[in-house]
Ligand binder design. Sequence first.
Ligand code: NAD
Length: 481
Amino acid sequence: MKDNQLILTLFGATGDLAARKLYPAIYRLYKAGNISDHFAVIGTARRDWSHEYFRDVVYYSIKDEITQAHEADEFLSHFYYQAHDVNDADHYQSLATLMTHLDNQYQIGGNRIFYISLNPVLFPVITHNLRNQGLLTDNGYNRLIIEKPFGFDEASAIELQIQLTKDFNENQIFRIDHYLGKELLSSFRKFRCENLWAHFWSKDYIDNIQISLAEDLGIGQRGAYYERSGVTKDMIQNHMMQIIALLVMEQPCNPSAEAFRQEKIDMIKSLKKYQTLDEFKKHVVRGQYKANRAKSIPGYRGEDAVDPESLTETFFAAHIELDLPQWEGVPFFIRSGKRLERKYTTIHIVFKAVDEHYAPNYLKIELDPQMRIQYYFNQEKPGYNTGSKVVPMTFQYRSDLETRIPHDYERLINGCINNRLDDFVHWYESKYAWQFIDHLYDYWDQLNGEDLAFYEALSPGPEAANELTKAHGTRWYDYQC
Ligand code: NAD
């Protein structure tokens, strides 16, 4: 039996994520031959849909990708729907019967992936019933994919971990961080370790590292969720931490997922905590967007399901450091926000200047809106004694590599099918990230909102964030706030 013969059961099949990301991802895997014909997808949610109606929904979400109608029809025929309330133990029996039937029909041989795309409070009741109602097999693999957030602080994450590991062990749990599915990030280690940069990747040559995850959108209909999370729990605890870990991790001692993830754990664990309130205030900026009347954009406090006096941060910036000899004294300037001027995701590795007369060289790794890596260096302007200018050398994905680039969720679902745990977040990565985030909240609790910097919606962000870079004698290499 091959790994790509499987039943994928999706909890939350009527949801937004499933329609926007998951069905297209499964279809791309099928078209590329990464899923065999021995597969079935069972969609579950509370609504009472028929198989046909479900197939129509899936069709609608993949229709832009269809190149051959008969191939799409064949693909859709593998989709089944089962109305299911995750709190109702009897419903698991109906699901078990359908699984056994499909396993025989498609000669699958027992491999099962359970993808839970639901509110995380529902994870434990599902995992408990999967095991106790006999939905796990003995003759194939049983894997669990779960979406963020993994808890709301360290204590709730520990509680969730205790619950899940009663029924699944750590190596069966695939925690999604969709940034780990991004081509440029997942291939970044190769770029860094197989090239000249490997010699320069330390405090001896790197002056500072900057990471910006900026969005122009507001919070939409997610007010209730966002009030609890803010940008810090929504973006920093997971995506930002993963990027930092991938940027600086040491070469693992062997090629296993375990060794790879251990290196990342060590990086996240090494984040230095601020020792005093003064140090914290100097190094951390939080902001919230206010209305942009000219563009008729409401402020955060005017969004649906948001407290009109909310102190929730929609912008976060900080100067952080790692407690590791090889990175001693190197500032990481990180920032993320909603309703900023434009959407962009960039990483800048700023090298130490050759001497004070020359501008520093830097690497710009752009994940969004372009996918490219640029090396910026000093070059003489044409003419006589005209001085030098910083110019880029560019590697652009799509034009320079003649191959299809897998989408985030496609890469991750494929990773789970092939048991590539290194594409997923280990429990300890999540735990140590929460420890860092929790300590930020300890300081914010003391400040009671006095530090909240307001910025106009669709502006570059609060000016206070520029002080972080200025204090180190540098600037944000992308947009100044
Ligand atoms: P959604 O609200 O659109 O869908 C939720 C789904 O859960 C629906 O299918 C609903 O029927 C089902 N459901 C709710 N309660 C149920 C119950 N008791 N029994 C059975 N089914 C039940 O949510 P979404 O946007 O699809 O997100 C799903 C998960 O993915 C959430 O945990 C979210 O935090 C996470 N996530 C979503 C996105 C995104 O872009 N939408 C991104 C990252 C993470």
